[in-house]
Design a protein around this ligand. Structure first.
Ligand code: PEP
Ligand code: MG
Length: 536
């Protein structure tokens, strides 16, 4: 087979090489006995077997995984969970249909819950549903993955992840999936490389595949030179990881003593679990769209307020930069974003959508105003293209602030800044009435190079190192220096050790990166010297 490159979204960094094991979803071949008593007995047995397999996993698990499996065990032990299914069986419905229907109804209730914790548990219920269905149809037996294998699947349930022995390496390639899913969280915690959103993964059963989780790239049947390049990146990465760990808790500074701020990017409160705030200078980007899930039930004001407040409290008065909803583009939300746009990245996304859906936007603004007194909140608005958009958002904040205050609520007006990710905004930067700027280098690069960030075939063109992109970044950094307004950079380039020197050279003094990249970013900064680079 000729070399084939696959590109998706990074969900967990790391390298892997091995054979692909494809997980095909089993269509249930179970035939109903037609006897309600037998069907009920079969379901009872399947629940018992599922309980025993999940309990086994729970006994071996630790931390977050143990907590998640403990929840699954408690749910399965509760007779109430299967009550509706047994009632349907008594009326002649087959065991698998009855169980699926009962669990789907339960899952829907969890998904619609206002509380974020309960909404997140819906994925566990899906897992429970599928584990019992596997036991009912006997297909659980088919799930066996040799250690070190690279799993290719549409999506992967957390319990399946936990039943694999990852001690010999391996990786996960998903044609769908999300970097913020439970399984992605588990993969990051166990350092299993994982790429999501790969689209159709071709049949490559007998081929070797190499995986670079941080880049979101996999290569099937790599050529010798591709493999050699991969191995040298892997070796360099291992060496760097050791050095980076030593830098994580140090303040970042260049070799010649210039202090650089390093903040973190998060998608939700879960990302902060077991993270020490002392490793960073604050949160540079909260991607709130992940709090909104995939719709159709959007989080209410209370749920959002609690999530934002927890982030502010975690940061202990370090700045927390929460971005207002950036739905659209590659982040559709059912019932909110517009279907059928010919090019969603150039359509109604980010602030364009928020200003069209004031019903949703005002709820987020109120939650932010109420959270603000609990720390140092900065709010930034994505996809700003013209000054009037930011003015409109500022006016909405003013209106909601007055209304909440009039009702006696404890509110505070946060600093209001903008993302600079549209080239037009970078070029006209002095025209915007922003309190601070944060450069979204991912979108700035795709819009400048006309190369979609989600299109593997043009990935080499979408390069932040293009001199045109760096010039735009420099314009914004210079504006920050002359105006005295903060400028940070929160795109993926901010955590890329190869790009950081270029950013420093064009005047960037603050970056924000995934928590796992903080040590590496600080290490790259410490190796840089303005004297030698002749930078700004
Ligand atoms: C960016 O565009 O660089 C950015 C940080 O925003 P997102 O990746 O969420 O679009
Ligand atoms: Mg962006």
């Amino acid at each position: 087979m000729a070399e084939l490159r696959l590109a998706g979204r990074p969900a967990s960094p790391g390298f892997a090489e091995g054979a692909v094991v494809r997980l095909v979803e089993q269509k249930s071949t179970r035939v109903s006995s037609g006897d309600p008593q037998r069907e009920a007995d079969d379901l009872k047995q399947a629940i018992k077997n599922a309980l025993s397999s999940i309990s086994d996993l729970a006994d071996r698990a630790e931390g977050e995984a143990a907590e998640m499996l403990g929840f699954q065990v408690a749910m399965l032990e509760d007779d109430a969970l299967a009550e509706a299914a047994f009632e349907s069986i008594a009326q002649g419905v087959a065991a698998d249909h009855a169980w699926r229907e009962a669990l789907d109804a339960e899952i829907e209730t969890y998904r619609a819950a206002d509380d974020e914790y309960f909404r997140a548990r819906s994925a566990d219920l899906e897992d429970i549903r599928d584990t019992v269905l596997d036991h009912l149809s006997g297909s659980h037996v088919a799930f066996s993955v040799p250690p070190g294998a690279i799993i290719a699947a549409r999506d992967l349930a957390p319990s399946r992840f936990l039943s694999v022995d990852w001690s010999k390496g391996g990786a996960i390639l998903l044609s769908e999936g999300s970097p913020t899913s439970h399984v992605a969280m588990l993969a990051r915690a166990r350092r299993v490389p994982m790429i999501v959103g790969l689209g159709e993964i071709p049949e490559c059963a007998s081929s070797i595949i190499i995986v670079d989780g941080a880049l979101g790239q996999a290569v099937v049947s790599p050529r010798d030179d591709t493999r050699a390049e991969f191995l040298s990146r892997q070796t360099a990465d291992e060496e760097m990881a050791i050095k980076a760990a030593a830098h994580e808790h140090q303040p970042a500074a260049t070799k010649d003593g210039m202090a650089i701020s390093v903040m973190i990017n998060i998608a939700g409160v879960e990302d902060l679990a077991r993270l020490d705030p002392k490793i960073c200078d604050g949160i540079g980007l909260v991607r709130t769209e992940f709090l909104f899930g995939e719709g159709p039930h959007l989080p209410n004001e209370e749920t959002q307020y609690r999530a934002y407040r927890r982030m502010l409290e975690w940061a202990e008065m370090r700045p927390v930069t929460i971005r207002t909803l950036d739905a659209g583009g590659d982040k559709p939300i059912a019932g909110l974003t517009i279907d059928g746009e010919s090019n969603p990245f150039l359509g109604v996304r980010g602030v364009r959508l928020s200003l069209q859906r004031l019903d949703v936007f005002r709820i987020q603004i109120r939650a932010l105003l109420r959270a603000a007194p609990h720390g140092y909140l900065k709010v930034m608005v994505p996809m700003i293209t013209v000054p009037s958009e930011l003015d409109a958002v500022r006016a909405l904040f003013g209106e909601e602030y007055e209304a909440l205050k009039a009702n006696g609520l404890n509110v505070k007006m946060p600093l209001l800044g903008m993302m600079v990710e549209v080239p037009a905004a970078a070029l006209a930067i002095s025209e915007f009435n922003a309190d601070f700027f944060s450069i979204g280098s991912n979108d700035l690069t795709q819009y400048t190079t006309a190369a979609g960030r989600d299109i593997g075939a043009v990935a080499s063109l979408a390069d932040v190192r293009h001199s045109a992109v760096l010039k735009l970044i420099e314009i914004v950094a210079k504006h920050g220096q002359t105006s005295g307004l903060d400028v940070s950079l929160c795109g993926d380039a901010g955590g890329d050790a190869d790009v950081i020197p270029l950013l420093l050279k064009v005047g960037i003094r603050s970056v924000s990166a995934a928590p796992s990249l903080v040590g590496r970013a600080k290490l790259a900064i410490s190796n840089f010297s303005f004297d030698k680079a002749g930078g700004a």
